[in-house]
Ligand binder design. Structure first.
Ligand code: NAD
Length: 680
């Protein structure tokens, strides 16, 4: 039974019961219509609408997203509630999101439980509210608050919703409060006067959306709809909203955002089966990564022994951890007392391996050096129980070689966190040659507890993400030697939707990391490889390592980056030395090459079994490398461009530069079979 009605005391209580989160699936919509019929036929003085369990209504049914709408439509139910002969009161027992909040907005009163959350997050799926949210919410809150809630898809707690005027009251028992409510003569939400126009707020929201969600259509459309609420009669506003909703629903951006949403859900589901529970951990290395991994573990109640090399390094690690707790206090997430108590209770610090507790897992985050890592694991192995899971956070190194020589290698794997590890959702779970299924299950279970998005990866240089990153940078370096400039490449990639361009990113993270990596890979002397010396020259001849040295690809002064004449000269010298006549590139050409390189590498990663499926590659790029979410990741994007077009481009690039490009056989097969990469 997805919707039930109970009538007593001349009150009809309609309960939406569609576990797990009461989405407005077709059955629920039919059930609501039937429930309203029943309440309408009975002699009642009020109707109360609530949800079973912990949720009011969490939104639409994701499984119906791609299908044509089926009657009864949510706007019809919402309209019926608003015009119902007796008042309908929303008793918001938990999350009221999207269509759930739209149902509540059409009710005459809204009473929410203190723990309820409310919002219209449709823009995060590339659409706008489709059942009156953009027209009714501003009638309750005024334009500025509605603009911020709807165009950012912001979800607020009950207390804030009350302050903004979204709801009328907060009550621990909203159904009881709705029963007891003294009814007054109150207009329906849709009959409230149109909100006052607020041109400055609209303009500010447009600017904010362009900055926070550049390239995305839905937030801008949402802003125009909210603004229209001040201008149009309700019926016209609703019609405009519905049309916009239906148009956006079939847009490329909505498809891409849905694709990522489903990929995230599938990834999150991976940690739900089997595996052992981790209660205690050793983290080796207390630098950038080690301290934030340790902090994340402590945050879910895991005891952490943090190992460093000597007393001075231990003190640095302790300071790194303390800083993370201090940051949490500064952001109001913790109090000084709670933070100090938590740190004392969870952490011990060690110089060496002598006094380690018998931990369930050890995660190594020391220097990126094979010998260092191998020495660490040969020390950890006898210091811990033979059953402890052993993990390395290496970015590129061969996980199989790191594991050589340890007892019981089935418990060894890579856990590649992203920086900062306590914030970033992505986790590459790297399966080494001998990693046992239980070890993977335990790692995935830990990932789920850490609320990470785990993606399984096989062993290769850089796994999924850093391998594609390396290829991307190699490709843009080729663009430099052929005639583009770093600043032009950065601007073009930003225009595509990347949060930053590849050279800006290097200036932020340090040119030395990629330099060390190129050295390790032996690019300078590699055969059958197009080596571009520009980046190495910038590091070796100028010592410019990015922002930390005040100069990198760009000159940095007072927080401002400007193109470097010196770098520009090195680029031109290298073109001349290679005998290349520099030519101009359009932004589109730059983007096509860079993105096609990512796609080619993605197909190879799939072909070699490094990734299990194409959508995992998309998750890695979106969550770890700021690839635009609204393009769905490189593999989904390839499907939008069309795989035969990708094949054509690759063949053309390969004809001009056979050392750098070729057509992967998996791509050829996919084109022949007419497959979409989402299904690979
Ligand atoms: P870092 O230099 O900030 O920290 C490394 C720490 O390891 C230092 O505190 C050092 O004292 C300690 N250390 C070195 N040798 C040790 C040993 N034998 N025993 C115990 N401690 C030792 O480096 P980081 O950025 O935190 O990177 C650590 C690892 O994580 C590297 O393998 C790196 O490739 C990987 N990683 C880094 C990032 C990133 O963005 N920084 C992201 C993912 C993975």
């Amino acid at each position: 039974m997805s919707v039930s009605v109970r009538i007593d005391d001349r009150i009809a209580l309609i309960t939406i019961d569609n576990p797990p989160v009461n989405v407005t699936s077709h059955a629920v919509r039919e059930g609501l219509m039937a429930a309203l019929d029943e309440a309408g036929a009975a002699d009642v003085g009020r109707v109360i609408l609530t949800g079973a369990g912990k949720t009011f209504v969490a939104g639409a049914d994701a499984r119906e997203f791609s299908a044509p709408p089926r009657e009864p439509h949510l706007p019809d139910i919402v309209a019926r509630i608003e015009r119902f002969p007796v008042p309908v009161i929303a008793a918001i027992n938990g999350a009221a999101l999207g269509g759930g909040l739209e149902l509540a907005l059409a009710c005459r009163w809204r009473i929410a439980a203190p723990a309820a959350t409310l919002g219209l997050p449709e823009v995060t799926l590339g659409v706008v509210p489709g059942a009156g949210g953009t027209q009714r919410l501003p009638r309750l809150t005024g334009l500025p608050a509605a603009l911020s809630l709807i165009s950012e898809g912001r979800i607020v707690a009950a207390a804030e919703a009350l302050r903004l005027g979204v709801i009328d009251a907060v009550d621990a028992d909203p159904v009881a409060a709705a029963r007891a409510l003294a009814l007054t003569d109150r207009p329906a939400t849709g009959d409230l006067p149109a909100p006052a126009a607020a041109d400055a707020a609209v303009e500010a929201a447009r600017r904010q959306a362009a900055k926070r969600m550049p390239g995305q259509i839905a937030p801008l459309e949402a802003i125009e709809l909210v603004a229209a609420a001040a201008r149009l009669p309700l019926a016209e506003g609703l019609a405009l909203e519905r049309q916009t909703f239906l148009n956006l629903k079939t847009s490329d951006q909505a498809a891409a955002l849905r694709h990522i949403f489903f990929a995230e859900r599938a990834a999150a589901g991976r940690g739900r089966e089997g595996g052992a529970d981790i209660r205690s951990a050793v983290v080796v290395g207390g630098g950038t990564m080690g301290s934030s991994i340790a902090y994340a573990l402590a945050g879910i109640g895991i005891d952490v022994a943090l190992v460093e090399t000597d007393a001075a390094a231990v003190e640095r690690a302790r300071a790194n951890v303390t800083k993370l707790y201090d940051d949490a206090v500064r952001r109001g997430k913790s109090t000084p007392e709670a933070a100090a108590a938590d740190r004392e209770a969870r952490f011990t610090f060690h110089a060496g391996y002598d006094a380690l507790p018998a931990a369930d897992i050890a995660i190594e985050a020391a220097f990126e050096d094979l010998d260092v890592k191998r020495r660490i694991f040969s020390a950890l192995d006898p210091a811990l129980p033979e059953t402890a899971v052993l993990a390395t956070n290496t970015s590129y190194l061969d996980v199989n070689r790191i594991a050589e020589g340890i007892r019981n290698p089935g418990r060894f794997l890579g856990l590649h966190f992203f920086s900062p590890a306590h914030v970033m959702k992505l986790l590459e779970v790297v399966k080494a040659r001998e990693t046992a299924p239980e070890t993977l299950a335990t790692a995935l279970r830990l990932a789920a507890r850490l609320k990470k998005i785990p993606v399984l990866a096989g062993v290769c240089d850089g796994f999924i993400g850093n391998r594609i990153l390396t290829r991307y940078r190699q490709t843009t370096d080729i663009l430099l030697i052929e005639g583009a400039t770093p600043w032009q490449v950065d601007a073009a990639m930003r225009g595509f939707g990347m949060a930053m361009g590849p050279y800006e990113v290097q200036d932020l993270s340090g040119l030395d990391i990629a330099y060390a990596n190129r050295k390790r890979l032996g690019w300078k002397t590699k055969r059958d490889f197009r080596y571009i010396p520009i980046a190495d020259r910038v590091v070796e001849e100028t010592g410019r390592l990015g922002r930390k040295t005040g100069a990198g690809w760009y000159d940095h002064a007072e927080g401002q980056a400007s193109p470097s004449a010196l770098v520009g000269r090195i680029v031109e010298e290298e073109s001349a030395r290679a005998g290349i006549a520099r030519r101009s590139f359009t932004d589109e050409e730059i983007v096509d090459r860079a993105v096609t390189a990512m796609i080619e590498e993605g197909f190879r990663i799939l072909e070699e079994g490094i990734a299990e499926k194409a959508s995992d590659i998309d998750l890695v790029l979106v969550h770890g490398y700021a690839f635009p979410r609204w393009r769905g990741g490189p593999m989904h994007h390839a499907g939008r461009i069309g795989l035969s077009e990708i094949e054509r481009r690759l063949a053309a690039f390969a004809a001009a530069d056979p050392l750098s490009w070729s057509v992967p056989s998996l791509l050829r097969r996919a084109v022949e079979e007419g497959r979409d990469p989402d299904g690979l």
